[in-house]
Design a protein around this ligand. Structure first.
Ligand SMILES: [Zn+2]
Length: 397
């Protein structure tokens, strides 16, 4: 009886230590994608028990405090119709994020500043910030930046896959007949965009843009810039990852690289990538669609079976490989310029961090790798929040 009681006390003690340890860290994921039917389809309502990689239950289980929910719109034609459609699609996602915080005010809060992030943590609420992925959504109307800022957008990724009216992309889009370059980096409208984002105090995200463009942005911007979801190219040689010279420039300017848990950027595995491309192509042939739509195609049994086979043949990289990117950036420029992003909902996920409920594995692995608690805090949010604060406080009018 006495032994059982002591064991019970020990278990309670260990659980409370672990909860206390978890609460110490403010965890911010700078890139969480949402589907177009977010908050419309009950399966895509994070208040429910869902199959999405991020929902409230999973966030609470894994101690993910919050992150940037992403207004992503894919690249299409550079003309009036394309811009109009992109704007309409963007507004659907802004509305969906707002609907989420309005439906669950006790659980999650929309944040528009670092102070509001800290307040959410103190109030024991989850937080959602908004980032735009693909400057395509402003078309050639610079005033739309202010409009999106007022809707809550606090960073914008200048391009996605495919060159746009602002910037060359790190990956030209075949279906748009892209050459390697369109502007030689930033377009003249792109330069205006950088200035306007500086004025508004909106963070500029250089993930996805070409190297030339990234260097031009860093030089032109008065504020530090972010790479919201990219790894280190020296660790995994992929165009979506950031080469050392650009990491140095980002750091010099006080910015941050948010290492992403996207398997093919964490570890380049050509055979795995080729198999996934082939699988996606076969799904498109089967459905007759032009573009891969994650929320539709990933649900198909043919896709799931195909991915299961690929996962066995070419396993996903694990957390150790992910932390290798963090180590590299820390070795290169120091502890103050690195952070974390999942790209959940947009193809992200690695072995050990395949959804938000496993977030604490990252914290544990960082501690095991030898990072101190204070360093882990910097990596999880303090670095990113410092940049956000600097950008929003240095508003140039
Ligand atoms: Zn992306």
């Amino acid at each position: 009886m006495g032994f059982l009681f002591i064991r019970y006390l020990v278990i309670i003690f260990l659980i409370s230590c672990s909860l206390q340890l978890r609460a110490e860290y403010l965890t911010l994921d700078s890139h969480i994608d949402i589907p177009f039917d977010f908050m419309i389809n009950p399966e895509h309502d994070p208040g429910n028990d869902t199959e999405m990689q991020v929902d409230f239950q999973k966030m609470l289980e894994g101690n993910l405090d919050g992150g940037f929910f992403i207004v992503y719109v894919g690249q299409s034609e550079l003309n009036k119709n394309g811009y109009q459609e992109a704007k309409e699609k963007a507004i659907i996602k802004f509305n969906a994020i707002n609907k989420m915080v309005e439906k669950y005010p006790k659980k999650i809060v929309l944040v528009k500043s670092p102070e509001e992030v800290y307040k959410a943590k103190r109030d024991k609420k989850l937080f959602a910030a908004i980032g735009i992925e693909n400057g395509y959504v402003i078309g050639e109307d610079i005033e739309l930046l202010k409009y999106y800022y007022d809707l809550g957008a606090r960073y914008m990724t200048l391009s996605h896959i495919g060159h746009n009216q602002i910037s060359d992309s790190s990956i030209p889009k075949k279906s748009l007949n892209n050459d390697i370059e369109m502007h030689g980096g930033l377009s003249s409208f792109g330069k205006i965009t950088v200035k306007k984002m500086n004025e508004l105090g909106m963070m500029i995200d250089i993930s996805h843009v070409s190297d030339k463009s990234a260097l031009q942005v860093i030089k032109l911007s008065h504020h530090p810039v972010i790479a919201s979801h990219s790894g280190a190219r020296s660790v995994a040689n992929h165009p979506r990852n950031i080469p050392d010279n650009i990491i140095r420039e980002i750091a010099k300017k006080g910015g941050v690289v948010q290492v992403v848990a996207f398997s093919s950027y964490v570890k380049v595995n050509k055979k795995r990538t080729e198999s996934i491309i082939n699988l996606r192509d076969s799904i498109l042939t089967m459905t007759g669609d032009n573009n891969f739509i994650p929320e539709k195609h990933m649900k198909l049994i043919e896709y799931k079976n195909g991915m299961d086979k690929i996962d066995i043949e070419f396993p996903l990289p694990g957390i150790d490989s992910f932390i290798d990117h963090i180590d590299h950036i820390v070795d290169l420029v120091g502890i103050d310029y690195v952070g974390i992003s999942s790209d959940f909902g947009g193809g992200g996920g690695i072995e050990g961090w395949s959804n938000a409920s496993q977030t604490f594995n990252i914290t544990n692995s960082l501690l095991l790798r030898g990072y101190s608690k204070d360093e882990v805090k910097k990596i999880w949010s303090e670095n990113f929040l410092r940049v956000w604060k600097n950008v929003s406080n240095n508003v140039i009018n």
